[in-house]
Design a protein around this ligand. Structure first.
Ligand code: NAP
Ligand code: GLV
Length: 310
């Protein structure tokens, strides 16, 4: 019984192997490139695995994504689609995302980038903003992360609206669903937060069409996946003033290439995919528990729907 582990960096792979090994002494836990008998591998624990690697394990019972998204697993078209994919989620991941969203929504709401620009010129420029109760914030995606973040924003006092595929009830949040509810959700929104999974229906969702439906001068926060955003449309919307600022944690190519215009843009804040990354000490406990439950019952609550893509 082998669990094979793969992350893009070898030291991170070793770290996760060590943490999982301490919790699962009955299992052989090994990096992908050190697997000696591929037929013995029954679980693959992965973050952005190289294409074709998992297809070498003929007896996989499940693939474990080190994180909430499964797009990085489905990017590998050689992975057999019948193999279940287990997401790694929990209070730690949700807490970190709540912190990130609250930090950046408040920063846009209180126009901190403008205050910092004034400070850089030793300029005393009092910018008075309305209270949060007069600011409409929209959260796209009301799953584990989106619902928790939206609820927190509502507790702070924001007029909070949320949008999901199916109807949802989130305390303090006015919710909309499906393509029918999208226009109403966007109308009057001044800060738009993306916490959607990356699927064929959500790719490129943050484009000129959406920007034009937000209130003029709105801000956007993308903490989901880079391909949700049409980069060129954002640059044009910033130039025209339709969008005033963007905080981006995720990008089409990561690490963001050094020549990318986002790096030096005065109205874009770049963070290096740190909104909510699960670490090995916490994540390995969740993964060990999920694998044990999956071994006993053949399922876990955090199973992704591979057909749906999340
Ligand atoms: P989740 O629990 O699966 O929730 C996804 C939400 O998106 C659900 O509310 C779902 O609607 C909605 N949705 C899916 N497709 C939609 C569509 N076509 N139209 C409207 N709504 C749609 O996911 P999660 O755990 O909250 O995570 C969300 C994403 O955040 C992940 O997939 C990942 O890409 C990203 N993430 C980023 C970081 C980071 O550090 N930057 C960290 C963790 C996760 P239903 O409720 O109707 O199904
Ligand atoms: C991080 O991006 C995740 O999907 O958990």
């Amino acid at each position: 019984m082998t669990i094979a582990v793969s992350l893009p960096a070898a030291d991170k792979t070793e770290w996760w192997c060590k943490m999982l090994g301490d919790l699962m002494p009955d299992w052989e836990i090994t990096p992908f490139d050190k697997v000696t008998d591929p037929a013995k591998v029954t679980y693959a624990v992965v973050w952005r695995p190289a294409t074709g690697q998992m297809a070498k394990f003929p007896n996989l019972k499940a693939i474990v994504s080190i994180g909430a998204g499964i797009d990085h697993v489905l990017d590998d078209h050689e992975v057999p689609r019948h193999v279940p994919i287990i997401r790694t989620v929990g209070t730690d991941l949700t807490q970190r995302m709540k912190e990130y969203v609250a930090l950046h929504v408040l920063r846009h709401h209180r126009r901190l980038p403008d205050l910092q620009a004034s400070q850089a010129q030793s300029k005393w420029e009092a910018i008075i903003v309305p209270p949060a109760t007069e600011r409409r914030v929209g959260v796209m995606g009301l799953g584990n992360l989106g619902a928790a973040a939206a609820q927190l924003l509502s507790t702070i006092g924001f007029q909070t609206v949320g949008w999901s595929r199916s109807p949802k009830d989130v305390p303090g949040v006015t919710t909309y669903s499906g393509s029918d509810g999208f226009g109403e959700f966007l109308e009057g929104t001044e800060i738009l937060v993306c916490l959607l999974p990356l699927t064929d229906s959500t790719r490129g969702i943050m484009d000129a069409n959406v920007f034009n439906r937000l209130k003029r001068g709105a801000s956007i926060i993308n903490a989901a996946r880079g391909p949700h955003l049409v980069d060129g449309d954002l640059l044009l919307a910033l130039e025209s003033g339709q969008i005033s600022h963007a905080t981006l944690d995720v990008f089409h190519v990561e690490p963001l290439p050094s020549e990318h215009p986002f790096w030096a843009h005065s109205r874009i804040t770049v963070t290096p995919h740190v909104a909510s990354m699960i670490d090995a000490p916490t994540g390995s406990k969740i993964i060990a528990r999920n694998i044990r439950i999956f071994e006993e019952t053949g399922t876990v609550p955090d199973l992704a729907d591979v057909e749906r893509g999340y």
